[in-house]
Design a protein around this ligand. Structure first.
Ligand SMILES: NC(=O)c1ccc[n+]([C@@H]2O[C@H](COP(=O)([O-])OP(=O)(O)OC[C@H]3O[C@@H](n4cnc5c(N)ncnc54)[C@H](OP(=O)(O)O)[C@@H]3O)[C@@H](O)[C@H]2O)c1
Length: 271
């Protein structure tokens, strides 16, 4: 039986994650790269060669609208920049494709607007701040631990070129923990004089988040729960961007079957 390959465009094709996504797509029999879009870097180059593979004939171009109109993909994978991601999603839906969004910067507050766009276009959106299986499992374990440990802080570490802080995963983690913690159980800090401003980290819903930016890191996170006389640390390390490929491919293959907006790669797994 001949099955049609899913036609995919990668937006942000010259970026670190765009190239990783292209690598994965080129190795998979069920999906086909039909377009690649960037902003300034890599325009005019073969997307396969840029991703460290062989030539594909797919040339990186700089106009998402024109690309989508011409190649009519079923799915667009977006790994661009938090400042443009919403605009990109709107364009992707407008041209009749489903959006698999790895770009961070979106939070659960954005879901109602995305849902409105998705329903209007009849196309689906997957927003996945982290496509690594280990990271998703870490969040699931955090969901369990948060019921029993009222105090928690998050430390995430990425390379210094990352455009935003904290990471989308850290935001997602804080939101998940907050959703299962009972409010009268939360242990806050005693009033503390910060001798250096910000030294206690940023805060989301009362949860401290600390962002480390150093060369050598890919994507790392620790969730440290504190309890009476004990701590519990959950830790995940993406030591190579290849860790994201299976999740991206699963997102591309499943997005057509999951109507509306799906927030979090975990929703695609039978956890
Ligand atoms: N979901 C996950 O599992 C996961 C994992 C890692 C990273 N991320 C997120 O993915 C995003 C990209 O990360 P990265 O490490 O690949 O960053 P990067 O290396 O800086 O790449 C970003 C790419 O997006 C392009 N770009 C920027 N603005 C654009 C625009 N307006 N239109 C089209 N393309 C645009 C850039 O083009 P130029 O090269 O021309 O500037 C670049 O190629 C970030 O939000 C990051 O946090 C997600």
């Amino acid at each position: 039986m001949v099955t049609r390959k899913i036609k995919v465009v990668v937006n942000g094709a010259y970026g670190k994650m765009g190239r990783t996504a292209i690598q994965g797509i080129l190795q998979d029999q069920e999906v086909k790269l039909v377009g690649a879009v960037g902003k300034t870097r890599g325009i005019g180059l073969d997307a396969g060669e840029v991703a460290g593979s062989t030539g594909t004939g797919v040339i990186i171009e700089d106009d998402l609208n024109a690309c989508l109109q011409r190649v009519k993909p079923q799915v667009v994978v977006d790994f661009t920049n938090p400042t443009v991601v919403k605009d990109n999603i709107r364009k992707i839906l407008h041209y009749g494709a489903h959006a698999v969004v790895g770009t961070t910067g979106l939070t659960s507050d954005d879901i109602p607007l995305l849902l409105e766009w998705s329903q209007g276009a009849g196309k689906n959106i997957l927003v996945a701040p982290n496509f690594a299986l280990g990271a998703v499992l870490m969040l699931e374990l955090a969901r369990k631990a948060a019921r029993f440990f009222p105090a928690v802080e998050i430390i995430e570490a990425h390379n210094p070129l990352k455009a935003d802080a904290p990471s989308g995963t850290a935001i997602n983690t804080a939101e998940i923990i907050r959703s299962v913690q009972s409010t009268d159980n939360i242990v806050g800090d005693a009033p503390c004089l910060e001798k250096i401003s910000g030294v206690r980290g940023g805060e989301l819903g009362g949860i401290r988040i600390h962002s480390v930016r150093l060369p050598g890191f890919v994507a790392h996170q620790q969730i440290i729960f504190g309890g009476l006389g004990q701590t519990l640390t959950l830790r995940h390390d993406s030591i190579s961007r290849e860790s994201f490929i299976p999740g991206i491919l699963l997102g591309i293959k499943k997005i057509g079957e999951i109507p509306g907006v799906t927030y979090g790669f975990d929703k695609l797994l039978d956890l």
